[in-house]
Write a protein that binds this ligand. Structure first.
Ligand SMILES: Cc1cc2nc3c(=O)[nH]c(=O)nc-3n(C[C@H](O)[C@H](O)[C@H](O)COP(=O)(O)OP(=O)(O)OC[C@H]3O[C@@H](n4cnc5c(N)ncnc54)[C@H](O)[C@@H]3O)c2cc1C
Ligand code: HEM
Length: 402
């Protein structure tokens, strides 16, 4: 564990909060520009999240929240865990941290100019390494935990595409078996895999995909929505065939079903955000058949709705699982009560009436507006934050937000 930061360093870092609030993204963009001059370091990243600005924004949010909370780091612990899990997925190692230190300090100087005195840069250097040591330590511990379990591994492992299944007009599943034929570590239901794809014009490009099946020790399944302009999802849908090899790091992520669920669960998803919920509901049916579980899903319509028959079959065989689907843009042939249950969007009022709202744990995944609506809506309806768990299919801008 790193030694404590001095009161002087804390004061100097806190004094930079207004400047960070104003220039945070400018600093992180400048930092990535410096960092990516090194092609080996550049290759570690997801470049779509750079192009859209999502990752510089997430990092700027993290740096600002760190400066704001540097005298009360306990509020940052959940975000530290999320980042550490993400780093393990991307196979970030201790040896990579000095590159970010140099780039970050250089970027602070680039953007703040003379205001970034040697004293301030010294304090930020110390503060960076304090946080970096926490992350490096946690990341090493996660890797050790993974390797200790049968089927665990570190770094990139080859998987053979054993099945490719069209689940809807836009979503296709890929069943992945390890090429070495050995076991795979059982993931925690809700976790994701990180892939390294050799895209035609972007070799080594990284993406996360949630595992859409229960842990089983033998194989994983992912279910991918084809984005019309998406590099990796189009590659998977259009180029990848049964028998092809994909490379992935071990399951990671801090979004997963409690190991021993103590309360009923509501699994709330929108669109392709259903993937981690499929893993959870399959696992519940197998390992916790007595648990009361509500699978509540919103899709546009039957054309794009994936895995409906699968979830309904699970619910039929397991009395504790109930399924409700909402269509916001039903097709001409879609009928509430037949193809789906309810027309329109899922609402907090519907959840209040139809789920064990006052006691349940809520697991959420879907597009950003969906997540915002329910994270804020559940809070406003009095659900304590420790009963609300969510996954974002991209960098979390609020990652370290207090
Ligand atoms: C933890 C996690 C789990 C996930 N699980 C799943 C899952 O189970 N299923 C699933 O389908 N997805 C999942 N995702 C999302 C997935 O990782 C990819 O982001 C998604 O498939 C899109 O990738 P892509 O390469 O096809 O699109 P990208 O090429 O990354 O493009 C994404 C979007 O950015 C836009 N864009 C790209 N480049 C630029 C640019 N230069 N300027 C402006 N805009 C640009 C594109 O138009 C597109 O709309 C998950 C993400 C995370 C973080
Ligand atoms: C103290 C140091 C660091 C901090 C505070 C930090 C912070 C973050 C944050 C906030 C995220 C976004 C997490 C999310 O998805 O919600 C992230 C992701 C990531 N980080 Fe770091 N990081 C640090 C060091 C590093 C280093 C040294 C590297 C490698 C050189 C690195 C590479 C990555 C990559 C590849 C991602 C995923 C990017 C993506 O999804 O686009 N990070 N980090």
């Amino acid at each position: 564990m790193a030694a404590a930061l001095s009161a002087e360093t804390i004061a100097l870092v806190k004094a930079t909060v207004p400047a960070l609030a104003q220039h945070g993204e400018g600093i992180t963009r400048a930092m990535y520009a410096r960092l990516f001059q090194n092609p080996d370091i550049k290759a570690l990243f997801n470049h779509a999240n750079q192009a859209t600005g999502a990752q510089p924004k997430a990092l700027a949010g993290a740096v600002l929240a760190y400066a704001q909370n540097i005298d009360n780091l306990s509020v940052l612990l959940p975000a530290v865990e999320r980042i550490a899990q993400k780093h393990v997925g991307y196979h970030i190692l201790a040896e990579h941290y000095p590159f970010v230190a140099t780039a970050l300090l250089g970027a602070i100087k680039d953007v703040l100019g003379d205001a970034a005195t040697d004293e301030i840069l010294g304090a930020w250097g110390e503060a960076y390494w304090f946080l970096a040591d926490i992350l490096i330590g946690r990341e090493a511990a996660i890797r050790t935990e993974i390797e200790a379990v049968e089927g665990g591994w570190t770094g990139w492992r080859d998987f053979v595409v054993a099945e490719k299944i069209r689940e809807s007009a836009v979503i296709t599943s890929f069943v992945l078996r390890p090429a070495d034929g050995k076991p795979v570590i059982p993931h925690k239901p809700g976790q994701y895999l990180t892939f390294r794809f050799d895209l035609p014009d972007a070799p080594g490009e990284k993406r996360n995909y949630s595992i859409s099946a229960r842990p089983n020790g033998e194989r994983y399944r992912i279910s991918v929505k084809r984005e019309d302009l998406g590099a990796a999802s189009r590659f998977l849908h259009d180029q990848i065939r049964i028998g092809d090899i994909l490379q992935a790091t071990p399951p990671a992520g801090d979004f997963f079903l409690a190991e021993q669920p103590a309360r009923p669960v509501v699994l709330l998803s929108g669109g392709v955000g259903l993937t981690p919920m499929i893993s959870m509901v399959e696992h519940i049916a197998e390992a916790h058949p007595e648990l009361e579980a509500h699978f509540v899903h919103g899709a546009l319509n039957s054309g794009v709705h994936a895995l409906d028959g699968h979830v309904r079959a699970l619910a039929k065989d397991h009395g504790g699982v109930s399924v409700t689907t909402f269509y916001s843009e039903p097709l001409a042939g879609d009928r509430a009560g037949e193809s789906h249950d309810v027309d329109g969007f899922i609402t907090i009022d519907w959840l209040k009436t139809n789920t064990p709202f006052a006691e349940a744990d809520f697991y959420l995944c879907g597009p950003i507006p969906f997540l915002k609506a329910f994270v804020q809506g559940l809070a406003a309806a009095g659900v304590p934050a420790d009963r609300v768990h969510y996954e974002v299919f991209g960098p979390t801008a609020e990652a370290l937000a207090a």
